[in-house]
Ligand binder design. Structure first.
Ligand SMILES: [Fe+2]
Ligand SMILES: [Fe+2]
Length: 277
């Protein structure tokens, strides 16, 4: 019931909480454990010099201060998967696991929709850098991007990045059908992610990655064919991105798709450079 002991424990705990989000791999547990031990020792030394402890108490507390740092990390290492489940949290360790391309869902994306796989990698690169600049969780931005278009696995050939033979099935469909196929990739993504036990944070990103934007290509095709002229019909149902990361991924996705549609990007870069001069 001593206040100095309480302060030492509180200081150590705050230190762990402040550092624990940096954990991405197993060796980071050791780093945080060592830092916690150092923080505990520093606080104990402070109280010793203030005169709160005699030498015996100081050595006794020092022993438990060191044990505290070691055992906290061991307990966390063992029980973290359980805590993740109980509190529905996606830790960085879980994100690293989800980013493994050997897991069955990403492997399917790689083999069954290689174009979407490449698009997702490029989107992840843009989103990761944007998240870094904005001080957001770049790992979540990267992993969320890997999974954002997972719903395209249901009908990969209906998405331009997977059409290598110059054949576009939408040419033989009316814009109404195309609209339904495009909308379904968001819903299918959520269904697939749930089936493969992907975390809720990633599922929310999948659900929000098109927000309530308009499918311009098929809206214009519909206008040309005189089928439906109501633009609202060609709007994704949403929801809009609810977090900064989801918004970053939505923008990165659009940028990547826009870059892909440029016929000769190199000459555009050259032209920009010439204009700068
Ligand atoms: Fe998409
Ligand atoms: Fe996409």
């Amino acid at each position: 019931m001593r206040f100095d002991v309480f302060l030492t424990m509180l200081g150590g705990a705050i230190f762990v909480v402040a550092n624990v989000h940096t954990i991405r791999k197993r060796s980071d547990f050791i780093n945080v454990g060592v830092k916690t031990v150092i923080a505990n020792i520093a606080l104990l030394f402070m109280f010793y010099f203030i005169g709160n402890y005699d030498v015996f108490q100081f050595k006794y507390n020092l022993f438990y201060g060191i044990l505290d740092g070691i055992f906290s990390m061991v307990i966390l290492l063992v029980f973290m998967p359980l805590f993740e489940k109980i509190f529905s949290r996606t830790t960085n360790i879980k994100l690293v696991e989800l980013s493994d391309f050997n897991n069955s869902l990403l492997k399917r994306l790689m083999l069954e929709a290689p174009g979407t796989y490449h698009h997702s990698i490029m989107t992840a690169d843009i989103a990761e850098q944007a998240a870094n600049v904005l001080g957001e969780n770049s790992l979540l931005a990267m992993v969320g991007s890997y999974y954002h278009d997972i719903g395209k696995l249901k009908k990969p050939l209906y998405f331009i990045e997977n059409q290598s033979l110059g054949y576009n099935p939408h040419d033989n469909l009316n814009p109404e059908m195309s609209r339904l196929i495009l909308i379904s990739h968001v819903k299918e993504g959520v269904v697939l992610a749930k089936k493969y036990n992907v975390d809720n944070e990633i599922i929310n990103i999948i659900e929000q990655h098109h927000g309530t934007t308009i499918m311009h290509t098929f809206y214009h095709r519909s206008l040309e064919s005189g089928l439906h002229t109501d633009v609202e019909r060609f709007r994704y149902p949403g929801p809009k991105p609810a977090t900064k990361i989801a918004a970053i991924i939505m923008l990165a996705d659009s940028c990547e798709a826009a870059c892909r549609s440029i016929d000769d990007p190199t000459s555009n870069v050259k032209r920009l450079r010439t204009n700068e001069r």
